[in-house]
Design a protein around this ligand. Structure first.
Ligand SMILES: NC(=O)c1ccc[n+]([C@@H]2O[C@H](COP(=O)([O-])OP(=O)(O)OC[C@H]3O[C@@H](n4cnc5c(N)ncnc54)[C@H](O)[C@@H]3O)[C@@H](O)[C@H]2O)c1
Length: 319
């Protein structure tokens, strides 16, 4: 009996794999290494190099490793780029999920935890996003994640799939010094790259309707996120009820200026960020209510903003 983690060689998936192992759950990594790194797969954990588009390889892997559930993390995650690459995004996130669910149906694997995203909400017109906040994705990426959730829902009706979707907000930090976020578009790697190159990081706009004028976002630590995936897998294994979706958000939120202050403190690089113009479409504030996940999935903010910065900086590759 084991859990297969698609995308288990990526930033979030590798943390989920380590948490499964820590919890005594056998894990298998299935990843095409399109953005992941084989070195993120722990020793002793079976690794299948393959795409979620390859249904036959999925069928073979699910059977060969006696899989009982899947944490489906693999996906194409760049919301901004997805506007230029909608077909690629849909292929990876929708067709890939459809093939995975088909392979699961063929092999009798009936439990899945899905990596969804805050992007399903678009720009929510509310102070605090709950799971019931209307879905209004603003990119092919957000749309593809919402369709992924619908595929799970529909397979539950058709074949009794047991499922939950975890809607991540801004995932940062590192749970181990040898795991990092290699994304070229995320705030933390961008700021680190700027600091390493001697450039001054920039804040895009300081005239938003927030306490310090900079945008407020919901940052969560990847290690806390991983704990909730294992809790979800355990509930599914035990046949306990789960919600169709959970927000993994802090309920609080921090401003970009607060992040920059934490960056200076956590990296030891003293800098004053430049203030640039607003970016079109950036909402003032997006903060999520994580209380459902706290109730069911052991979701807690166990790390401070400074922990998030310091751990990510310690793990970030240099040079
Ligand atoms: N990082 C965030 O802040 C964030 C926020 C919301 C949702 N998510 C979602 O979480 C998931 C993981 O994000 P991440 O930050 O770890 O990204 P990542 O790029 O580090 O990880 C994705 C992993 O999936 C693998 N992969 C991609 N396409 C694949 C395919 N067709 N077949 C097999 N493997 C494939 C990649 O090689 C990589 O290892 C994604 O689905 C993303 O949409 C991330």
């Amino acid at each position: 009996m084991s859990w297969l983690v698609t995308g288990g060689a990526g930033y979030i998936g590798s943390h989920v794999v380590r948490e499964l192992v820590r919890a005594g759950v056998d894990a298998v990594v299935y990843d095409d290494l399109s953005s992941g790194l084989e070195q993120f797969v722990p020793e002793g954990v079976p690794f299948v190099r393959g795409s979620i588009l390859d249904e036959e390889l999925l069928v073979d892997s699910l059977g060969r490793h006696d899989v009982t559930g899947v944490v489906h993390v693999a996906g194409y995650k760049y919301a901004g780029v997805s506007v230029q690459r909608p077909l690629h995004t849909y292929e990876q996130n929708v067709t890939g999920t459809q093939r995975l669910l088909s392979a699961m149906g063929r092999t009798g694997v009936d439990a899945v935890v899905f990596s969804s995203s805050a992007a399903v909400y678009g720009t929510p017109p509310t102070e605090l996003v709950t799971e019931d906040t209307p879905k209004a994705p603003a990119s092919p990426y957000g749309e593809s994640k919402l369709i992924g959730e619908w595929l799970l829902r529909d397979q539950a009706v058709a074949e009794g799939l047991r499922h939950t979707s975890l809607r991540y907000f801004n995932v940062v930090g590192s749970g181990a010094p040898d795991l990092w976020d290699a994304s070229p578009h995320n705030l933390f790697p961008l700021v680190f790259d700027a600091l390493a190159a001697g450039r001054v990081p920039r804040i895009n706009g300081d005239d938003y309707d927030t306490p310090d004028g900079t945008c407020v976002r919901d940052y969560v630590h990847v290690a806390d996120l991983a704990v909730s995936h294992v809790a979800a897998a355990r509930r599914l294994d035990a046949g306990e009820p789960v919600e169709a979706a959970y927000n993994l958000g802090s309920g609080g939120g921090v401003s970009v200026r607060e992040i920059m202050d934490a960056m200076a403190e956590g990296t030891g690089v003293d800098f004053t960020p430049e203030i640039g113009p607003r970016r079109p479409g950036d909402p003032d504030r997006i903060v999520a209510d994580g209380s459902l996940a706290a109730r069911d999935l052991d979701w807690q903010m166990r790390h401070t903003l400074l922990d998030m910065v310091s751990s990510a900086w310690a793990a970030a590759p240099r040079g």
